[in-house]
Design a protein around this ligand. Structure first.
Ligand code: FE2
Ligand code: FE2
Length: 216
């Protein structure tokens, strides 16, 4: 399978939101703009983008028994996940175990490859909260170190989704499922940091996102 087979618009909008977040992160260089960025990630990106992945896509994937097969696209990332576990990185920063919400616990208990992106969501969420809550107390150097770790988790997570998770969805979900998810996805659009609705300004047919390129 190659990137050309990821034809559904759902993958385009998800990858476009990744690109938006990554561009916004890269533009945030001083501590004030980073704080605005963190608040935006907390109020918009996490409760919409990550939430929709977990609530619109994961349940449909889990219904397919083939979810347990994993697949060659995910093997590389599975090893990386074991060597550099986001949960351990988060715990070393927040100094306590990560906590899953009740809906997230459902996916954790139903053992599947979805545990990996889920653990990344939960770990990133805890580090994000830590940075926001301790923004005024952390020394600049410590804040920068933790923010760097957060960014690394975030960028790696997006890359994994585009090189592994998308293919899993493409293999296991049929067009009816993908169309339904796409429609629901657009019904609760992401608001950009400048207040504009993200997808309204997009001409999805003109977007030529390269799922395998490292645009980070
Ligand atoms: Fe995700
Ligand atoms: Fe994502």
């Amino acid at each position: 399978m190659n990137s050309a087979e990821l034809q559904h618009k759902l993958f385009t909008i998800i990858a476009a939101e990744h690109q938006l977040a990554q561009t916004t992160i890269k533009k945030s260089v001083d501590k004030d703009s980073i704080y605005k960025l963190l608040r935006w990630l907390r109020s918009e990106f996490e409760p919409k983008h990550h939430y929709k992945e977990e609530n619109l896509i994961y349940p449909k994937l889990l219904k397919n028994p083939r979810i347990h097969e994993g697949g060659p696209f995910c093997m590389h990332f599975f090893h990386e996940h074991l060597e550099e576990r986001p949960e351990e990185i988060a715990k070393s920063i927040i100094k306590h175990p990560i906590v899953y919400s009740k809906p997230q616990l459902f996916f954790k208990k139903n053992k599947s490859p979805l545990e990996i992106p889920l653990e990344e969501h939960v770990s990133m969420s805890h580090v994000l909260d830590y940075l926001i809550e301790n923004y005024s107390f952390l020394q600049d150097a410590e804040f920068s170190t933790i923010f760097f770790k957060y960014k690394r988790m975030f960028f790696n997570h997006n890359e994994k989704e585009q090189t592994c998770f998308f293919h899993l969805c493409n293999d296991l979900l049929d067009k009816t499922d993908l169309d339904a998810i796409y429609s629901d996805w657009l019904s609760n659009p992401l608001i950009c940091l400048d207040g504009n609705i993200f997808w309204c300004s997009l001409n999805l047919s003109l977007l030529n996102l390269k799922f395998f390129s490292s645009s980070q």
